[in-house]
Design a protein around this ligand. Structure first.
Ligand code: WQD
Length: 336
């Protein structure tokens, strides 16, 4: 029996492929290599293909049959919020067709378990600080979040007619690194953006310090990518159980950390004596976004093991291991 991972060469996907191997599972990966690197998934068979292209559902069905796939973990998707606002039709084409083709492939093979990479972006601006899965209303505020919510609906609709067992994991702010070679090359989220500014000798930016939060900066729920990888193994085990009650789960810690607290942790971990600059608020940032992990704790027995210190420390280690990113800490201090 084999697990097919779409997008397995990406940052999160590769961590999950690694965790699946560690747990003794056979893995095949489908990835278009637009961002992923094949060197991250040694030991897994790789099919290079764009799952959103016409006919990809048939091809995925053949791969699932040939490889005796019983479970699918579906990551392959476009994931940049700002880009989705600028190019909504492309996001719908990529992410909705991708999900359509994954489900089509499953209906044409014996693959019957699906774990879908969903997002806290499905909640939009929720009416509570700590969000449970059944909060209403769920109104994503960008096309990226819409495609994730619609992807959940598509998979849910296929459960009954096609005998598919499905669950969605709604990730909060994923960060950090597991094995060093799996570092995240995307410089788009807070921690890599702080490091990137430091690399360029510029002051890191804090987008807004006048939010209605304890220190005025936005509060998020940071989840270590290795904890997130473990949640996927827990989800596969959950799908084998007959007494499943839910199909959507937050993957968060229930703990909020402010931007300012992350900045302070970066100072501690790197030893760099920088002074951050407070910049204007970034459009579309909710003040608080924290996920209640109660459902995944209770139903899957999954709990986050790592905290913010581990996240920043592992991210820094991975950053420093990359020659293109490496910051010479001593030289940096002298320049300063
Ligand atoms: C975190 C906080 C920024 C950079 C996004 C997506 C979300 C999910 C995770 C996929 C915010 C602030 C950032 C900087 C800063 N993606 N910030 N200075 O926006 O919470 O979530 O990634 O599912 O859908 O929206 O994450 O890391 O970009 O920002 O002050 O240089 O850090 O304003 O408050 P975000 P982020």
């Amino acid at each position: 029996m084999t697990v097919l991972v779409t997008g397995g060469c990406g940052y999160i996907g590769a961590h999950v492929v690694h965790a699946l191997h560690e747990s003794g599972k056979r893995v095949v990966v489908v990835d278009d290599l637009s961002y992923g690197k094949p060197t991250r998934i040694e030991g897994a068979r790789l099919y290079g293909m764009d799952i959103s292209s016409p006919g990809a559902g048939e091809r995925l069905g053949e791969i699932m049959s040939d490889e005796d796939v019983d479970s699918v973990i579906h990551f392959a998707a476009r994931k940049q919020v700002g880009e989705s606002v600028a190019k909504p039709l492309w996001y719908y084409q990529q992410n909705i067709n991708g999900m359509l083709n994954v489900l089509t492939g499953m209906t044409k093979s014996n693959a019957s378990r699906l774990v879908f990479s969903s997002s806290a972006a499905t909640y939009g601006v929720p009416p509570v600080d700590v969000v449970p899965e059944d909060v209403v209303p769920m109104i994503p505020i960008n096309p990226y979040g819409q495609t994730k919510l619609f992807g959940e609906w598509m998979a849910r609709a296929c459960e009954e007619p096609f005998g598919i067992r499905f669950c969605a994991l709604r990730y909060f702010n994923v960060a950090g690194c597991g094995p060093v070679e799996l570092e995240d090359p995307a410089i788009l989220n807070l921690i890599p953006m702080l490091f990137d500014r430091l690399k360029k000798g510029k002051a890191p930016l804090v987008f807004g310090d006048d939010y209605p939060t304890p220190d005025g900066t936005c509060v998020r729920d940071y989840i270590h990518v290795s904890d997130l990888a473990d949640a996927h193994l827990a989800a596969l085990a959950y799908l084998d159980r007959d007494e499943r009650r839910y199909d959507a789960f937050n993957v968060g810690t229930g703990e909020g950390t402010s931007v300012r607290q992350i900045v302070d942790e970066v100072k501690k971990v790197t030893g760099l004596p920088f002074v951050e600059t407070v910049a204007p608020r970034r459009a579309g940032d909710p003040p608080h976004l924290i996920g209640s992990p109660k459902r995944i704790n209770d139903e899957m027995g999954w709990h986050a093991r790592y905290g913010v210190h581990d996240i920043v420390e592992s991210a820094w280690k991975a950053w420093q291991a990359n020659p293109e990113h490496h910051i010479d800490v001593d030289a940096w201090k002298q320049e300063d």
